[in-house]
Design a protein around this ligand. Structure first.
Ligand SMILES: Nc1ncnc2c1ncn2[C@@H]1O[C@H](COP(=O)(O)OP(=O)(O)OP(=O)(O)O)[C@@H](O)[C@H]1O
Length: 884
């Protein structure tokens, strides 16, 4: 059904041999013992999952699945004997299954967990087992397996006509999103942005997985909800009026499919109660950042060796997990609605100004647990008493959050809105506080969960139990006195319960009402009718109290679950507040300023790179003034700061639209619709495609998709091919962007002659970075300046490095004979013009190639580490080459 996924569902090893009914049992199917027969059936029912079969304290696997589980989880492979034969067996301890399940997931398996759904006492014969959960990469619920920072989506893609719809569910929080796009490229971009852990592709749709930069597990699932009717029905079990949520049949089907699958993974017993919000969004309502841009701007991932700082890590001063995920989402989808952006700026400004209120809010938010996921667990009936306590503690913090929020001096509409939405849910809070013990055990069936005073019947039972135990505790003293045996003792063990122990020498003094219970080496153990009766009372009361507690606990949990909607709304509001307070904190700590918007170009005063400035002892701020639609060529030696500059411009733009203040002294910006990046070939990770091919593919999408409202960063386009071709492509690209696209562009290049384009095109401008001498060292000032870099900056750097004058002069002469463009004159001779016009004579081409060769060598030479002798040798070599 899933055209794109391979048969193994993305699993690395031969998953079919591991999942499904074990081959070794097929022939003896009818003779299997009832338990193995049950195992066999469940394997057959969940054939694309590795089945964990609970047997007491262990989840067992058999046959090939056992061998694979033992291998992946590094467990011992044992055997199980049965009348039909001996089967390999591997067991995972139920108590810490999470880490093993994680390993299985990492190895590409989905894991079906078949639990005992009745106790051996309840069972008549074989204990009943059922799959209560299928753990898949996209539907993991266990906190231990989920990072707190990001959402974990399972997504489904469906297509009707040209409409490709994507629906995604975050199973841990119940968030459900749906959207559509009109072509495959936008589909890939949207999936890249969602970064689903798991992907279902409907029979009507296709996804080019090669085009994705994420690699979700491909799921080939016979989900219901594939037809329009089924999907509608499925959707109606979540929202009463699906048409208010979905905008097309494709979206309806995508929602139906993803919900059906999510239900299946949760044991397939009806709608998931915690999925209360199905949100439709339009990708065009967010600033378009595709995976390439997210990667090259290092929003979440640092690509430098050994470096770990990213834009997210610099910003992430969030107080709680809710805020962390909100901030992550904001960074993936900056806004494009100016009003909405400014509303965030207003809120950040208000929080920025009021340090006291801000810190009060943040201190209160630090007490907030992961309310989104806790609520998910409560409504799934999976929360334990500790979870309820954490939920209660979160609600306890809410009045403080509100107090802080009310104290904020300045007005901001977003903050007002949050004040209205943040509801301490007093009833829920009181209920949890009254009902649940402050520090309850993990197990909810063994007592110690419900507080005294909450339930009279329970209190009575506990009192009976306590009195009984007190009576037993005093028994030893009483019996010693009655019998006169000083060594008499009262004890308890699991097998025999309470007993009175008398050592052999004293046995003649044992009273008549003692009944023998157990004989030891040097002593006898007895009970009395009264002790027996008390014991029964204690045990009876304890047992009834435990089960009553469990009952009460479930009632409390169910009434909290009734408030799922409100709890989720509260979680959303706290998340937003944390994200805003974080942006305010970062703005204060790192001296960011509030940007303003206008209809002109990008105007940044003393801008900084938010990440590089963190790692650089002295970061040099730079201005940027890019008229709308201009193409700015950035030249300068390697390591002079070109990439950093270009990225910092883009990051300022992105941050501003996230709602953040920006690292600059001032910024006036347009609202940008998309940020495109195409960075140097050398930065590419070797993929299946040749780097040049990849570079050209990326360039194609930029040239097709950029609009006059886009910001484009191009770093050394054309580098991956021959110099002549590369230069030609670079020039044609500049011209096309300038003449046809009109996107504001920053273009870093080593093709020096491109800088001549500035005189022919009004919108093409030059900026450069230069190097200077600092004592004996060459230093890069990292300061941007008008005009192109000197055509002979390599030679210039050689001079600064201390290469002897005659050599420098000779080199300069050689370069000058080819190209005399300098930053001062900003001119270009006829030869350059001829090259630009493409009308180069064969003779000139040969000379060009030699010069290109020299220029390339000069560029690649790291002068900072070149000794004078090496420089001399190099120059001699260059001279030879030009001489030829
Ligand atoms: N404005 C700045 N202030 C201080 N240090 C800077 C600044 N800009 C860049 N740097 C430092 O210089 C290094 C090189 O910068 P960058 O990578 O931007 O140079 P580049 O000109 O793009 O080089 P290449 O042409 O090799 O790609 C950076 O890693 C950073 O440490």
């Amino acid at each position: 059904m899933n055209a794109d996924s391979d048969a193994s569902g993305g699993v690395g090893v031969d998953a079919d041999a591991v999942t499904g009914p074990p081959d070794g049992m097929v022939d003896v199917r009818e003779e299997l013992t009832p338990m193995l027969s049950q195992y066999f059936d469940l394997c057959a029912e969940y054939e694309d999952a590795l089945l964990l079969f609970q047997n007491g304290d262990f989840y067992q696997t058999y046959c090939e699945a056992a061998a694979e589980t033992a291998r992946v989880c590094e467990l011992t492979l044992t055997e199980r004997e049965d009348s039909t034969g001996t089967y390999p067996m591997a067991g995972i301890p139920v108590d810490n299954a999470a880490t093993y399940v994680e390993r299985l997931l990492d190895s590409g398996y989905r894991v079906a967990i078949a639990e005992q759904v009745e106790t051996p006492e309840e069972a008549s014969g074989l204990v009943d087992r059922a799959v209560t959960q299928v753990v898949t990469p996209g539907t993991v619920l266990d906190d231990e397996l989920l990072g707190t920072g990001t959402k974990n989506y399972v997504a489904a893609v469906r297509r009707v006509g040209e409409t490709r719809a994507v629906a995604a569910v975050d199973a841990a929080t119940g968030e459900c999103l749906v959207t559509s796009v009109a072509d495959d490229a936008s589909l890939a971009a949207e999936l890249d942005r969602l970064t689903p852990a798991e992907l279902l592709v409907g029979p009507d749709a296709s996804v080019d997985r090669e085009a994705l930069s994420v690699s979700p597990m491909a799921t080939d699932h016979e989900a219901a909800g594939m037809s329009d009717d089924e999907a509608t029905e499925r959707l109606e079990s979540y929202v009463s009026n699906p048409d208010a949520v979905v905008e097309s049949d494709a979206e309806r089907r995508a929602c139906g499919t993803v919900l059906a699958y999510a239900e299946w993974t949760q044991g397939d017993d009806g709608p998931l109660e915690y999925v209360t919000r199905i949100t439709h969004y339009d990708p065009r309502e967010a600033l378009g950042l595709d995976a390439t841009a997210i990667r090259s701007l290092e929003l979440f991932e640092n690509r430098g060796a050994g470096a770990s700082e990213t834009l997210f890590s610099v910003l992430d001063e969030t107080a709680c997990a809710l805020g962390r995920r909100a901030l992550d989402g904001w960074l993936r989808r900056p806004l494009i609605d100016r009003e909405a952006i400014e509303a965030r700026h207003d809120a950040v400004a208000a929080l920025d100004d009021d340090a006291l209120a801000r810190e009060e809010i943040r201190a209160a938010l630090a007490e907030v647990y992961d309310l989104e996921r806790l609520t998910g667990r409560v409504s799934r009936g999976r929360a334990n008493a500790r979870d309820l306590r954490s939920l209660g503690a979160t609600l306890d913090a809410v009045p403080d959050v509100l107090a802080g929020l009310s104290a904020v001096a300045d007005d901001a509409a977003r903050l007002d809105h949050l004040r209205e939405r943040i509801d301490p849910l007093d009833e829920v809070r009181n209920l949890i506080d009254r009902a649940i013990q402050p520090d309850p055990p993990v197990e909810v069936t063994e007592g110690g969960v419900i507080r005294e005073g909450f339930d009279e019947e329970l209190d009575d039972l506990r009192a009976t139990e306590r009195e009984g135990r007190a009576w037993v505790a005093d028994l030893e003293a009483r019996e010693r006195e009655r019998t006169g045996i000083d060594s008499l003792s009262v004890g308890h063990n699991q097998v025999h319960g309470y007993y009175i122990e008398v050592t052999d020498p004293n046995l003649d003094r044992v009273p008549d009402d003692y009944t023998r219970r157990q004989t030891l080496k040097n002593a006898e153990r007895f009970y009395t009718p009264e002790l027996k009766q008390r014991e029964d009372e204690i045990l009876g009361a304890a047992e009834r109290a435990d089960s009553l507690e469990y009952e009460r606990f479930r009632e409390v949990r169910a009434s909290v679950a009734e408030e799922t909607d409100l709890l989720q709304a509260l979680a959303d509001a706290l998340a937003e507040l944390d994200a805003l307070a974080t942006l305010a904190t970062v703005a204060v700590e790192r001296e960011y300023v509030r940007p303003t918007f206008h209809d002109g170009g990008v105007e940044i005063e003393a801008g900084r790179h938010p990440v590089v400035e963190e790692t650089q002892a002295r970061f040099v701020p730079n201005d940027a003034a890019l008229p709308p639609g201009s193409v700015t060529l950035v030249t300068g030696p390697n390591m002079s700061g070109k990439s950093t500059y270009m990225r910092q411009v883009a990051l300022v733009v992105v941050l501003a639209q996230v709602g953040s203040f920006v690292p600059a002294d001032a910024a006036r910006l347009p609202v940008v619709d998309r940020v495109f990046t195409r960075v140097g070939a050398s930065d590419d990770i070797a993929g299946g495609q040749s780097t040049f091919m990849r570079e050209m593919t990326e360039l194609t999408s930029i040239l097709h998709e950029a609009t006059p409202a886009s910001l484009v960063l191009l770093d050394e386009v054309g580098r991956g091919t021959s110099t002549a071709d590369g230069r030609a492509i670079a020039r044609a690209t500049v011209e096309f962007l300038h003449d046809e696209v009109g996107a504001t562009t920053l273009f870093a290049t080593h093709y020096h002659d491109l800088t001549g384009l500035a005189s022919a095109h009004e919108g093409v401008r030059n900026l450069h970075f230069a190097a200077e001498r600092d004592g004996d060292d060459v230093t890069f000032l990292h300061r941007v300046a008008e005009g192109p870099a000197s055509s002979s900056y390599g030679v210039e750097v050689a001079r600064l490095a201390g290469v002897p004058d005659p050599v420098v002069e000779r080199a300069r002469g050689l370069v000058d004979s080819g190209d005399e463009t300098t930053p001062e004159t900003n001119g270009h001779d006829e030869r350059v013009q001829a090259t630009l016009d493409g009308a180069t004579a064969a003779e000139a081409t040969t000379a060009d190639d030699a010069l290109d060769d020299v220029a390339a060598t000069l560029r690649e030479t790291d002068l900072a580490t070149t000794t004078p002798i090496e420089a001399l040798t190099l120059l001699a070599e260059l001279q030879d080459r030009v001489g030829e």
